[in-house]
Design a protein around this ligand. Structure first.
Ligand SMILES: CC(C)(COP(=O)(O)OP(=O)(O)OC[C@H]1O[C@@H](n2cnc3c(N)ncnc32)[C@H](O)[C@@H]1OP(=O)(O)O)[C@@H](O)C(=O)NCCC(=O)NCCS
Length: 176
């Protein structure tokens, strides 16, 4: 399935996307916002894509802008009984931050999750300093649920992990 927006297109993630993505994955600023802090190379990125593609409770897409892969997005830990999932997104190439792409990705993934998969609850976790992610989530009606206190320590500094969620009822009321 391909999800088309005005700014980006979401396509099934391919192993061949690893090469472009691994150009940016070690960027210091990007690492500030992601939980995997270890150095990554193309082989590791390829293996990760192979691994996630075999899981039946995770659905990954590449984020493509002007025919170039700039990041990935995912609904993971899909629970088919409680119909819930967690959302993730990373625009690896920071030249594409703050251009409305992340907002469009979330919009497309909410549509996919709620309208196609029939999910009832989508959650996300963001480090408290990730104001951009939190602003994007709030824009789509995600509500603050709590914080994992000092859930992250990076470069010797601890920060809380913010937990937010959106329920299908609120999605259908506000955005469908
Ligand atoms: C988080 C991310 C997906 C957001 O996507 P994006 O394309 O940069 O975001 P957008 O341009 O769609 O929207 C950013 C919003 O944040 C707001 N914003 C930016 N800096 C801000 C700040 N310091 N404080 C508050 N709001 C801020 C912008 O005003 C904008 O809101 P608006 O559209 O209402 O004006 C993207 O920046 C990214 O991938 N970052 C690195 C990886 C990451 O953080 N992933 C998420 C892990 S939970």
């Amino acid at each position: 399935m391909i999800l088309k927006g005005q700014r980006c297109i979401l396509k099934p993630l391919e192993v061949s996307d690893a090469k472009e993505l691994s150009k940016y994955i070690n960027d210091e600023q990007l690492k500030e916002y992601l939980s995997n802090v270890f150095p990554f190379n193309t082989f590791m990125e390829e293996e990760l894509i192979r691994r996630v593609s075999q899981k039946s409770n995770e659905v990954y897409f590449s984020i493509e802008v002007n025919n170039t892969v700039v990041g990935t997005t995912v609904l993971y830990e899909i629970d088919y009984i409680s119909r819930k999932s967690e959302f993730g997104v990373a625009i690896y190439n920071k030249e594409y931050w703050n251009k409305g792409i992340g907002s469009e990705v979330l919009k497309l993934m909410l549509k996919y999750g709620f309208e196609i998969l029939g999910i009832n609850r989508i959650m996300l976790r963001a480090f408290e300093e990730n104001k951009r992610m939190i602003a994007v989530a709030e824009k789509f009606g995600f509500v603050f649920e709590g914080r994992e206190r000092q859930g992250r320590i990076f470069k010797g500094k601890s920060s809380d992990i913010i937990i937010m969620s959106l329920l299908a009822d609120d999605y259908w009321r506000n955005f469908s």
